[in-house]
Design a protein around this ligand. Structure first.
Ligand SMILES: Cc1cc2nc3c(=O)[nH]c(=O)nc-3n(C[C@H](O)[C@H](O)[C@H](O)COP(=O)(O)O)c2cc1C
Length: 330
């Protein structure tokens, strides 16, 4: 698939997750085969007001590209200004606009998924941003606001007319939050409605989920969010499945991935990264012998040394995964 001038061979992307898909996670995902990454959502207004803390979220390294910076907001002037500033400072490969966030503090400002209720405003934001940046402009939407207003195909058409270069659809309404199942029918309808590429998103927790999503919806690519929590090798599994192969990650491979992830967190955030890393560390414990005890230790780590010690103490073999793989992290 192509996003503007960016070619993705298989269409495998890391979805944005605030607080999780930071620079370390994005770099790790690319190392495992994600072909495209998106930053955590960034407030357009905060960028315009010069918030250093906000801008830190926009810093992109070469090892996580092609990468989009995702912005959120409801005012076209702020959105356009922020997009232009971020492009000038961080050279993202694309700007993504958040029209899916269901959080109360976001939607109460008319931002995120609240834009699903105002297609005219949503389209005007895309065209305003489009005028101010040279990179592709993409949009991440939900299926609609609620079950009585499923409008993703209609809004996608309008966003395309306004200049959107790719649309990612999370097949749930705002009111569903993360409950129920993502609706592949809506993703298929969006794909039929527009001619720009469409990425399907929602409930991809295995390679099979990804290939089913593509087969059932005709979408051009897939974005994975929660499915990579504690298992970044899912990107390699999906890439292999798309090529008709399988790769299996045994305990030693998974420990190596965890070690790499923690090293990247410390590299980019230093000791500041340890508290947010605890949840990530605990996610990796799944499938290891003695997982419950390991998890209890994971949530209590205080230093990089604690983390290294805990990883070394993890067993190199487990019951759940027995085969080995020749996959090497790059
Ligand atoms: C903790 C968390 C944070 C998220 N943050 C963002 C965000 O910043 N921007 C965004 O567009 N979506 C965000 N999402 C939504 C995901 O990108 C994705 O659409 C959703 O989780 C469904 O995909 P999944 O089933 O693969 O998790 C977030 C989801 C989670 C669970």
């Amino acid at each position: 698939m192509k996003i503007g001038g960016i070619t993705l061979e298989r269409g495998i992307a890391l979805a944005p997750m605030a607080g999780i898909t930071d620079r370390a996670m994005r770099e790790l995902a690319v190392g495992f085969g994600a072909e495209y990454t998106v930053t955590e959502m960034i407030s357009a207004k905060a960028v315009c007001y010069g918030s250093a803390k906000t801008e830190e979220l926009a810093v992109l390294g070469d090892a996580e590209r092609p990468a989009a910076i995702q912005i959120f907001g409801s005012e076209q002037d702020f959105m356009a200004e922020a997009a232009e500033r971020l492009c000038g400072r961080y050279s993202p490969d694309a700007i993504d606009i958040n029209m899916g966030c269901p959080m109360k503090k976001i939607v109460s400002n008319g931002e995120g998924s609240a834009l699903m209720k105002d297609p005219a405003l949503a389209a005007s934001i895309v065209s305003a941003v489009k005028k101010r940046v040279k990179v592709p402009v993409t949009v991440k939407i939900r299926s609609g606001w609620d079950e009585n207003s499923i409008n993703a195909p209609d809004i996608a058409r309008r966003l395309e007319a306004a200049g959107a270069d790719m649309i990612c659809v999370h097949g749930r309404t705002k009111t569903q939050l993360y409950g129920g199942r993502a609706d592949r029918g809506v993703i298929a309808a969006v794909k039929r409605a527009v001619s720009v590429p469409v990425m399907g998103n929602g409930d991809i927790f295995s390679a099979r989920d990804a290939t089913d999503m593509m087969g059932e919806t005709g979408c051009d690519g897939v974005m994975i969010a929660r499915g990579c929590e504690g298992r970044p090798w899912i990107f390699a599994e999906i890439a292999a499945a798309m090529d008709g192969r399988t790769v299996v990650f045994d305990a030693a491979d998974r420990k190596a991935a965890l070690r790499k992830h923690m090293e990247l967190i410390i590299k980019y955030k230093g000791e500041r990264g340890i508290a947010p890393a605890r949840a990530q560390l605990a996610w990796y414990m799944k499938g290891f012998r003695g997982a419950a005890a390991l998890r209890a230790k994971a949530v209590a780590v205080e230093t990089a040394e604690n983390i290294a010690g805990l990883i070394s103490a993890m067993p190199d073999e487990d019951e759940e995964y027995s085969e080995t793989t020749d996959f090497t992290y790059n």
